[in-house]
Design a protein around this ligand. Structure first.
Ligand code: XLS
Ligand code: MG
Ligand code: MG
Length: 396
């Protein structure tokens, strides 16, 4: 375990806005075709472990901690009190809460079902989630619509479904405004999370760009309260460049929350720990976010592999994932202040200085040598990633 390296102190880890989901630490290794491989653990232990590790924030789905039957009923408040005690005892804050709208059988036709009673139930759950969020002191609400889509063609009318989905969000925002006013607290930041496939075959809002379009569709009564929670792997799953997807959300002023993990292009949602598959791309992503002053949470939405034991989740999975994030974050700072990259970038931005910018040949000739700097920058990034710029060499 010591050999995993990069062991920062809990104090150092707490300097970052890193959040640990209840469901990530509680994941038992089960899936379609897979039986669980780990014992169940409750929120008290999870919050204590996150606190010890130096993960200063915790988040949850409503039904991860309160049984579905108790949601919205008096008995939920007993659980909320226990959560508040656990958070306080361990110096952990609740950053985000989410409504689970995918697992229970009631969501078989999505939270925006054609059946009005399902939609009414969805509103009840969403409004209750906002209430719980305020009580726990959360700043963010996340919505992964999950089953908003279909398996069989023609059964679902897409425009109606999207309208109904918007009605649910509008109910949540309205409840939030009222509760916030009553408590004298700020409203939550409501963040939409897209995933291109799984669990439905066809998804109505499959990408962060689709979510941005939806926010600006005119269907939301409070678009200013709604932003996005991109997940790194969800963008990679459809073949996108995650950094470009994040840049588009940044430009819209909507990048409020970020699920961090890793995985493979055009495959299912394997939720591997950050930087374990694509460290170079991750370094680049963090350069973008650092240079644009992203202030939101980095949410550890990964799943410890099912080969890892219960103790391995805490001894190996979480510490290494958190520490690799911090290392890559520090490296991103190094990239931004690297004199070679700075000089190359400035030279590219200054251009070739062609006397006549309307003459294609002159513009091309003036800029030709400079363009090699694109490759030079890429090599330099890898040097920084591998530590070569600090003189790391091998004697052969
Ligand atoms: C599932 C999503 C989910 C959301 C929260 O793929 O990543 O975990 O982040 O509902
Ligand atoms: Mg996620
Ligand atoms: Mg995922």
């Amino acid at each position: 375990m010591k050999a995993c390296g990069g062991a920062y102190s809990p104090q150092t880890r707490r300097k970052h806005f890193i959040s640990g989901p209840q469901w990530a630490a509680g994941y038992r290794g089960d899936a379609l075709f897979y039986a669980p491989t780990r014992q169940a653990i409750g929120f008290e232990e999870i919050i204590r472990r996150y606190g010890e590790l130096g993960v200063g924030y915790w988040c949850t789905h409503d039904s991860d901690v309160i049984v579905t039957e108790a949601l919205g009923k008096e008995e939920q408040w007993g659980v909320i009190e226990r959560i508040k005690t656990a958070l306080k005892e361990n110096g952990v804050q609740c950053s985000m809460i989410s409504t689970e709208t995918f697992h229970h059988a009631v969501w078989a036709t999505s939270p925006a079902s054609e059946a009005p009673e399902v939609r009414e139930y969805a509103k009840f759950r969403l409004k209750n989630m906002v209430k719980l969020g305020h009580e726990l002191g959360a700043q963010f609400a996340v919505y992964w619509p999950g089953s908003l889509g279909y398996y069989v063609q023609g059964a679902v009318e897409e425009t109606n479904t999207l309208r109904w989905y918007a009605e649910g969000l509008n109910a949540a925002c309205q409840a939030d405004i009222e509760i916030a006013q009553h408590r004298g607290a700020p409203t939550l930041k409501h963040c939409l999370e897209a995933k291109p496939f799984e669990p439905q075959a066809e998804i109505l809002l499959p990408t962060t760009d689709a979510m941005l379009g939806f926010i600006n569709s005119g269907l939301l009564t409070h678009p200013e309260m709604v932003g996005v929670n991109p997940e790194y792997l969800h963008e990679l799953m459809w073949g996108a460049a995650p950094r470009a997807a994040l840049a588009r959300a940044l430009l819209c002023g909507k990048l409020w929350h970020f699920d961090i993990n890793d995985g493979y292009r055009l495959k299912h949602d394997v939720d591997i720990a950050i930087g374990l598959v694509n460290p170079l791309d991750w370094l680049n992503v963090l350069v973008l976010l650092r240079s644009h002053g992203y202030q939101g949470p980095f949410n550890l939405d990964f799943k410890p592999p099912r080969t890892t034991s219960n103790s391995g989740v805490w001894e190996v999975s979480f510490p290494t994932a958190v520490d690799r994030f911090i290392t890559l974050w520090e490296m991103a700072g190094e990239v931004i202040s690297d004199p070679v990259i700075q000089e190359a970038t400035q030279a590219l931005n200054a251009g070739g200085g062609a006397a006549d910018p309307h003459d294609a040949e002159a513009v091309t000739a003036g800029y030709r040598e400079l363009l090699t700097l694109h490759e030079l920058i890429a090599h330099r990034l890898v040097q920084i990633l591998l530590g070569l710029h600090r003189g790391r060499t091998y004697s052969v």
